[in-house]
Design a protein. Structure first.
Length: 581
């Protein structure tokens, strides 16, 4: 029924939009704008169609970042991006905003109590806020529209961009309305928006925009601190519900048979068949065998993406110290040595001999060596965070485990970072947040005075060791969930990309070479290798130098914002191109 409603709703929206303004006749045998808005169920059906805008499963969400390296290099990261010609190429599209506004200018026709109507208004306003948040992150200033435009609305169609702050204020208004009118999580339909999902989204928006203002030295109202405080307040509101926990993922619910001493409490969370009752899940995207599938199970670990050497080196050792100072670090002569005595999340996200790649007939199977193919894992660090060991989940478009749209771990990370930015991060705050994530994997607790990492990544400016560790925790916990590039942009940290290890793979030693078939590395047909700082590294992009100018970011780098399409600027002279493009 859910799918049927979504499909019918999508068809109806398309019909309304394509026929709007053509006729006032209301045929007896079909749905029309004039006849549709008659009951609350109509509002629900319309809102159903917008749920496709929520986060969907995928293994490529960090592909353009310092966390991952792909088969084909990112023109964006090497500063080779050209200005798109069309709106669709640039992402300057407004169809979803128009769909939301179409609803918001018509729903009042339904004669029912506000308590029946407003929850669906809240859903639509949530989705409008979600779309606009993506736009201000990408473009900065954008035009704000609160009605579905017609061809005669020339003033609005040809208006200049509204300020980022103005649009942000509207986003906050929409999300606060959603928080007011959406049901509590335990009263909402499974998979449908709830108050805590809206609070999480508002906290995400405010942390992003508050820190963007702070590190880009932007003024205006609301201020950076006001936004960061609002992020903390909304995250705390979710925490204080008492409904959520950091969960140790079940072996039984994921088909796993872990090896002794290598529990999979973290990675198992991401291959659970049913997240609707999982206490870490604030909102799931639900999949059902025979009804709705995705193919993350097939893609994870072999989709032309590998984790970067820089990301691998960010994991602490099991004593809670960085690899530069911990006596537990075994070095990187082999992958097995590299994951030994490290944060257990490392062996759970990288394919290795201690994480079953496949379980068939109750028998664990592992790959004898990590994939290094140019179209496979690229770097020798295959990311298997979303890989199920069940063969049934590997078939094309046959994966059925649910997807986290909003996860409680993010809420805790938002709260910890916001409190640190406000200089209010006490040990109690850390114990309420970061240390719950560490408890899941048996890592030592973070204190307010952590050891400074002598090999800290270079943000281009100095931050406290505490904030540095909170950012590290966020990077590791949320790997490939799609946050990293946004984080780098809001922190104004493009300098991170200058580190060659952000586009290098495993160290290729004699021990490594001995574990692979002959001819895999070097030579005319083997995977390319390069010398750097006295070691040989797998080199995914042999045509790019380690000091490539494209990886260098200035303090006013144009890449912090995307360019507007040239066609739209030509059509509307009031639109001005973003700086540097």
């Amino acid at each position: 029924m859910k799918l049927k409603n979504i499909i019918l709703s999508g068809l109806f929206v398309s019909v309304l939009i394509s026929c709007e303004g053509v006729t006032d006749i209301s045929p007896k045998d079909s749905l029309t704008d004039a006849s549709y808005w008659s009951k609350v169920e109509d509002l629900k059906l319309y809102a159903n169609n917008l749920y496709t805008n929520l986060s969907a499963p995928g293994v490529d969400k960090d592909n353009v970042s310092d966390n991952c390296i792909t088969t084909n290099y990112s023109s964006y990261l090497f500063n080779e991006t050209t200005i798109p010609s069309t709106a669709s190429e640039a992402g300057w599209t407004w169809g979803n905003i128009r769909n939301c506004n179409f609803f918001l200018t018509r729903y009042q026709k339904v004669q029912a109590a506000p308590s029946e109507v407003n929850p669906y208004v809240a859903e639509v306003r949530f989705f409008r806020a979600l779309d606009y948040f993506g736009k201000i992150k990408q473009f900065g200033d954008v035009p704000w529209y609160d009605k579905d435009l017609q061809t005669a609305d020339t003033d609005e169609l040809y208006k200049p961009r509204d300020t980022r702050d103005f649009v942000l204020g509207k986003i906050i208004e929409d999300l606060e309305f959603a928080i007011q009118w959406l049901p509590d999580a335990d009263k909402a339909e499974k998979g449908r928006l709830n108050k805590d999902a809206a609070r999480t989204q508002l906290a995400r928006v405010c942390l992003h925009e508050g820190t963007y203002k702070k590190y880009h030295a932007l003024t205006g109202t609301p201020s950076a601190n006001e936004l960061i405080k609002k992020a903390a307040d909304n995250a705390l509101a979710v925490m204080q519900t008492g409904k959520y926990e950091i969960v140790k993922g079940s072996d039984a619910g994921s088909g796993q048979l872990p090896f002794e001493g290598y529990p999979l409490y973290y990675s198992n969370q991401f291959v659970q068949e049913d997240l609707t009752s999982n206490k870490e899940c604030i909102l799931p995207r639900i999949y059902k065998e025979g009804l709705l599938y995705h193919q993350t199970g097939r893609q994870a670990g072999s989709s032309g993406t590998g984790l970067s050497k820089d990301f691998i080196e960010s994991f602490l050792c099991k004593d809670g110290n960085p690899i530069a100072v911990s006596p537990l670090y075994q070095g990187d002569n082999t992958l097995d040595k590299e994951i030994t005595n490290r944060d257990p999340r490392l062996y759970q996200v990288v394919d290795n001999l201690h994480k079953p790649y496949l379980v068939m007939n109750g028998v664990r199977q592992t790959n004898p060596y990590a994939n290094v193919d140019g179209s496979g894992a690229v770097t020798g660090y295959p990311c298997v965070k979303f890989k199920s060991p069940l063969q049934s989940q590997w078939e094309a478009n046959k994966t059925t485990y649910d997807w986290f749209v909003y996860r409680y771990a993010e809420v805790l990370l938002i709260y910890a970072e916001a409190k640190a930015e406000l200089n209010e991060c006490t040990q109690q705050v850390l114990d309420q947040t970061i240390n719950l994530l560490r408890d899941r994997v048996g890592m030592p607790h973070l204190t307010t005075s952590p050891v400074a990492d002598p090999q800290a990544v270079d943000y281009g400016y100095t931050i406290t060791p505490l904030l540095y560790e909170i950012r590290r925790e966020r990077r590791i916990e949320l790997i490939t969930e799609g946050f990293r590039l946004d984080d780098i942009k809001r922190w104004k940290a493009g300098k991170l990309f200058e580190n060659p290890k952000t586009f290098l793979g495993i160290v290729v030693t004699n021990e490594v070479i001995a574990n692979y078939p002959a001819g895999v590395f070097g030579g005319a047909s083997g995977r390319p290798v390069i010398e750097y700082q006295g070691k040989s590294y797998l080199r995914p992009y042999p045509g790019k130098s380690l000091s490539d100018a494209g990886r260098k970011w200035t303090t006013t780098d144009k890449r912090y914002l995307s360019p507007l399409p040239t066609d739209e600027i030509t059509l509307n002279p009031n639109l001005k191109q973003n700086p540097g493009w």
